[in-house]
Design a protein around this ligand. Structure first.
Ligand SMILES: Cc1cc2nc3c(=O)[nH]c(=O)nc-3n(C[C@H](O)[C@H](O)[C@H](O)COP(=O)(O)OP(=O)(O)OC[C@H]3O[C@@H](n4cnc5c(N)ncnc54)[C@H](O)[C@@H]3O)c2cc1C
Ligand SMILES: Cc1cc2nc3c(=O)[nH]c(=O)nc-3n(C[C@H](O)[C@H](O)[C@H](O)COP(=O)(O)O)c2cc1C
Length: 767
C-alpha cells in the first residue's frame, strides 16, 4: 500500500514502523510541519503494560526506549504546608523529544521516508494518490476539522488553564504541589523524565489565571511568575518553555477533550490525538496513540480482511479502550476543576482523594502499592469516626457513624426497595423474613421500602403502608426482631406516590397503570408520567394539608413501631419529587416556578415530620440529584441547594439518588455512577450524604468513604441476592470485629478461611 502519515508525533511514526514491520513492501511517507527535534512539550509517562505492548510489537525500539526510562515510585502531595508521600506507584517516563528521535531513527531504518518542515494542507489533491492518508496530526488536526461532519467531531473545551513547562530541577517523586494565592489556588504536576530534566505543568482555574494577571503577561513574565509561586519546590532552578512559537498568554491552553463518532472517511483514517484525547492528568495520550498504531497496523495487514472489515475491528476494539480511558480522564479532569470541594480536607484525605480521583485506582489498589500508607489512612479514618477513641487499622466501611444519638455499627446500608408484597399496606411474613435476614447479614442500617402514608399514596396495591393501627403492630414485629437479633438500625422510608401511583406490581410492568381498580392520583401539576398513565389532579392547598398530616401521623406510628430513623422520600418522580422538579411542577402559585417555591411544600412536610420525630433520632431525605435533562431539570448544582434547604430544616443525611423523574431520561450509567452527586453535595454543601447506585464491591465502598465522597454507602440490588453482603465483605477483607449472629459463627469462620485460601492461590498464580 502507498501510505501518507500526516504528522510525525508518536502516532504517525509508530504506525509507520508497525506497518513496515508487518510488510516491508508498503511505501510509507511521513510529513511533519516542524523541523526534526522541534517539539512542544517535555516528558511523557507510561505504564508497564504499555511497555509490554511495545516490546511485543517491536523489541528493538522498545529496548532503547525502556533503557532510557526514568523510573520513580513515590507520589508527593504538597498541600497546606504538609507533604504526604505514598509509594509503590511505579511510573516510567521519557522525554518526548528523545522518544520521537528514537522512533524517527527506527522508522528511517525500516525504509520509511520522513519529510520535515512540510506543512500539509488537507485540500491538496495529492492526497488522492495515496491508498491511505493517516491523519496523525494531533489534537488540532486540520485533516479532521476539514471533514468535521464526516467524522462526527465532538470537542469539549475544559475550563482550567494549563501551561506545559520544563525544569532542570530533578524531582525524585511524581509531585503535586498546591499553592494558595490571593486570587485562588494554583498547582503543579511535576515529574522527572531524564537524568537532568523534569516536566512541570502548571494549572489553575480561569478566575485565578486572570486574577494573577497571566492573561496580560508575555511568556517570560508568565514563567517568572510561576517560578516565584513555586519557588519552594524549584530550589533555585528555572522553568523553561519550548512553545516558543506561541506568543504571550497563548502558551497557556485549555484542554480540549476530543471524541469522534467515526475514525475514517474516504481514504483518511484518524489516529492518536486527532481521533481522541485524554486529559494530561492521567498521562495516557501517548499510550493511546502508540496502541492505536499497533492495532491499526495489525488489522490492515491481515490479508483476509477488507479495508472496511479491518476498520470495523479496529474501531470496535480501540473505541472501548478509549472510552474507558476517557471516562477515567473525565473524572480526573473534573477533580482538578472542582478542587475547591476538597481543600477543607485534612492533607491525608486530600491526598487519598487525589490518588483515587479517576476511579481507576481504588482502596485495595492503594493497599497493594503501599500498605503502610493505606493503613495510615485507615487509622486516620477510624480515629475521626470515633472522636479519637479508636486506633484501629481496618476498612472504612466497618467504622461506626453517629447521627444524633443513633450509633451505626458500620457504613453499609440496605437501600430502600419496594417489595410489592403487602396486602392493604400490612407487611407480612415475607417482609419479616426479608428485613430480618438483611439485618442479620451485617449491614449497619436497613431501610424499609417506600412505605406509603395513605392507600391512595401507594405506588401499587402491594406497597407497604403506615396509615392504620394494624401497620404499627406488623412493623413493630419486624423492628423488634431486627433489634433483638442484629446490630442493625432500621430506617422507615415514608413516601407518597403522587402521579406515579396506581400502577402494577414491579415485576408485572414498571409504572404501568393497573388493568382495573385504578384509583385517582394527584401531583404537583397535571403532568402525566407517560401517555399511558392517568393525568393527575394538581394538589389544592387542602390536599397539601391532608397529605402533610398523613406524613406526620405516619411518623408518630413509626415511633410507636420502634424505628430508629425516618426518611422522607422526595426522589424518583413521586409526590414530593413532583414539586421539586420543574419537569413535573408547572404551578404558577407560590409552590411552582423558582427552586425556592418548588421546595416550599416538600420542606413544609419535612419540617412537620421533624417536629413529630424525637430530636435525638436522625432523619434523612432522599432526593434525585439530577433529572438527566440538562438545564431543563434539576442539575447537580441545584441539588446542592436542595440538600442545604433540607439540612436547615433538620435533615441529618441527604440520601443522594438520581433520575426517575421523567419517563424518557437517559442516565449516564456505570460503576458508582451517582456517587459524583453525593461527593458534590457533601463537599460543596458540607452535608452528610449517602451514596447509592451501582456500588457493588467492598472496594467501591471503602474508596468512596475514605475519599470523603459520602458518609454512608447504600446497596440495593446486591442485597436482593446476597442479604449477607456485609458479612461476606468482612470475611473477604479479614475483618474480625463484625457482629455475626452466634448461630452463624461457624459459617463465617469457614467462609473467611476459604476466601483467604483462594486469595493466596490467586496471588501465587500471579507470581
Ligand atoms: C500538557 C500535556 C501533558 C501531556 N502529558 C502526557 C504524558 O505524560 N503521557 C502521555 O502519554 N501523554 C501526554 N500528553 C499527551 C500526548 O502529548 C499526546 O496524547 C500524544 O502526543 C499524541 O500523539 P499524536 O502523535 O497523536 O499527536 P502529536 O504528538 O500532537 O503529534 C502530531 C504531530 O503532527 C504535526 N502536525 C500537525 N498538523 C500538521 C500539518 N498540518 N502538517 C504537518 N504536520 C502536522 C505536529 O507538528 C505534531 O508533530 C500530554 C499532553 C499535554 C497537552
Ligand atoms: C426492586 C427495587 C425496588 C426499589 N424501591 C425503592 C423504594 O421503595 N424507595 C427508594 O427510594 N428507592 C427504591 N429503589 C431504588 C434503590 O434504593 C436504589 O437507589 C437503586 O436500585 C440503585 O442502587 P443499586 O444499584 O445498588 O441497586 C428500588 C430499587 C429496586 C431494584
Amino acid at each position: 500500500m502507498k501510505i501518507a502519515c500526516v504528522g510525525a508525533g508518536p502516532a504517525g511514526l509508530y504506525f509507520a514502523i508497525s506497518m513496515k514491520l508487518r510488510d516491508p513492501t508498503h511505501e510509507i511517507e511521513v510529513f511533519e510541519r516542524n523541523a526534526p527535534g522541534v517539539t512542544f512539550g517535555w516528558g511523557v509517562v507510561f505504564s508497564d503494560q504499555t511497555v509490554e505492548n511495545l516490546t511485543a510489537n517491536d523489541p528493538p525500539s522498545a529496548k532503547i526506549i525502556a533503557d532510557e526510562f526514568a523510573h520513580w515510585d513515590d507520589i508527593d502531595v504538597h498541600i497546606h504546608g504538609e507533604t504526604i508521600t505514598s509509594s509503590g506507584h511505579g511510573f516510567i517516563g521519557i522525554g518526548r523529544k528523545r522518544l520521537l528521535e528514537i522512533l524517527q531513527n527506527r522508522a528511517r531504518g525500516l525504509g520509511v521516508v520522513l519529510h520535515f518542515e512540510a506543512e500539509c494542507d488537507p485540500q491538496d489533491p495529492k492526497w488522492r494518490d495515496y491508498d491511505l492518508v493517516i491523519a496523525s496530526d494531533g489534537a488540532n488536526s486540520r485533516f479532521r476539522d476539514a471533514h468535521a461532519d464526516a467524522f462526527g467531531v465532538d470537542i469539549d473545551v475544559r475550563r482550567n488553564k494549563f501551561v506545559w513547562l520544563g525544569t532542570s530541577k530533578v524531582f525524585d517523586a511524581f509531585t503535586f504541589a498546591f499553592e494558595e494565592t490571593e486570587h485562588g489556588w494554583i498547582w503543579a504536576h511535576a515529574y522527572r523524565f531524564a537524568a537532568d530534566c523534569s516536566t512541570f505543568i502548571v494549572e489553575c482555574s480561569e478566575e485565578t489565571w486572570r486574577g494573577i494577571g497571566f492573561d496580560e503577561m508575555d511568556q517570560g513574565e508568565s514563567i517568572a511568575t510561576c517560578e516565584r509561586l513555586f519557588a519552594n519546590y524549584l530550589d533555585g532552578h528555572s522553568l523553561m518553555s519550548n512553545a516558543t512559537h506561541l506568543r504571550g498568554s497563548a502558551a497557556w491552553l485549555n484542554f480540549r477533550r476530543i471524541k469522534c463518532e467515526r475514525w475514517n472517511s474516504g481514504n483518511v483514517i484518524l489516529l492518536g490525538d486527532a481521533a481522541h484525547t485524554a486529559h494530561f492528568s492521567i498521562g495516557s495520550g501517548t499510550k493511546l496513540a502508540l496502541e492505536d498504531a499497533i492495532k491499526l497496523a495489525e488489522v490492515l495487514n491481515r490479508p483476509v480482511l477488507s479495508l472496511e472489515a479491518a476498520m470495523d475491528e479496529y474501531v470496535a476494539e480501540r473505541n472501548l479502550e478509549v472510552l474507558k480511558l476517557q471516562n477515567s480522564a473525565r473524572n480526573s479532569t473534573e477533580w482538578f476543576e472542582t478542587l475547591h470541594r476538597y481543600l477543607h480536607f485534612e492533607p491525608l484525605q486530600f491526598a487519598y482523594s487525589l490518588l483515587t480521583r479517576s476511579q481507576r485506582i481504588s482502596h485495595e489498589n492503594l493497599r497493594l502499592r503501599d500498605r503502610e500508607w493505606l493503613e495510615g489512612v485507615e487509622r486516620w479514618f477510624w480515629k475521626r469516626a470515633t472522636d479519637g477513641r479508636s486506633n484501629k487499622t481496618a476498612p472504612p466501611m466497618f467504622a461506626p457513624l453517629k447521627m444524633r444519638e443513633m450509633r451505626l455499627e458500620n457504613r453499609i446500608t440496605v437501600s430502600p426497595m419496594a417489595m410489592y408484597s403487602a396486602e392493604d399496606g400490612t407487611p407480612n411474613d415475607f417482609h419479616f423474613v426479608h428485613y430480618g435476614e438483611r439485618a442479620m447479614g451485617g449491614a449497619g442500617l436497613v431501610f424499609t421500602e417506600m412505605t406509603c402514608v395513605s392507600p391512595e399514596g401507594r405506588i401499587s396495591p402491594g406497597c407497604t403502608g403506615m396509615w392504620k393501627d394494624e401497620h404499627v403492630g406488623a412493623w413493630k414485629r419486624i423492628v423488634d426482631f431486627v433489634h433483638a437479633n442484629s446490630k442493625a438500625k432500621m430506617c422507615l422510608q415514608l413516601g407518597h406516590s403522587g402521579g406515579k401511583g396506581s400502577t402494577k406490581l414491579g415485576w408485572e410492568g414498571n409504572d404501568l397503570p393497573l388493568d382495573d381498580g385504578n384509583w385517582p392520583v394527584m401531583s404537583a401539576s397535571d403532568v402525566p408520567w407517560s401517555p399511558l398513565n392517568q393525568t393527575p389532579r394538581p394538589m389544592t392547598r387542602a390536599d397539601m394539608d391532608a397529605v402533610r398530616d398523613q406524613f406526620v401521623t405516619a411518623v408518630r406510628m413509626g415511633l410507636e413501631a420502634g424505628f430508629d430513623m425516618v426518611e422522607l422520600h422526595a426522589a424518583h418522580g413521586y409526590l414530593l419529587s413532583s414539586f421539586l422538579t420543574p419537569l413535573q411542577n408547572k404551578r404558577s402559585d407560590e409552590y411552582g416556578g423558582s427552586l425556592e417555591n418548588r421546595l416550599r411544600y416538600p420542606l413544609e412536610v419535612f419540617a412537620a415530620m421533624r417536629a413529630a420525630w424525637p430530636s435525638d433520632r436522625p432523619m434523612s431525605v432522599r432526593i434525585s440529584a439530577n433529572d438527566w435533562a440538562g438545564d431543563n431539570g434539576i442539575t447537580p448544582d441545584s441539588a446542592v441547594k436542595i440538600g442545604e434547604a433540607f439540612a436547615r430544616e433538620g435533615a441529618d443525611l441527604i440520601d443522594v439518588s438520581a433520575g426517575q423523574t421523567w419517563a424518557d431520561a437517559q442516565p449516564t450509567y456505570g460503576r458508582m455512577f451517582q456517587t459524583p452527586f453525593s461527593d458534590k453535595i457533601r463537599n460543596e454543601g458540607r452535608l452528610a450524604t449517602m451514596a447509592v447506585g451501582n456500588i457493588y464491591e467492598p472496594d467501591h465502598a471503602n474508596s468512596i468513604l475514605a475519599a470523603g465522597r459520602a458518609d454512608l454507602v447504600a446497596l440495593a440490588r446486591p442485597h436482593l441476592i446476597d442479604p449477607f453482603w456485609t458479612l461476606r465483605a468482612a470475611a473477604q477483607l479479614d475483618y474480625r470485629d463484625v457482629h455475626v449472629p452466634p448461630q452463624y459463627l461457624n459459617g463465617m469462620a469457614q467462609l473467611a478461611r476459604n476466601l483467604k485460601r483462594e486469595a493466596e492461590a490467586a496471588a501465587a498464580l500471579r507470581v
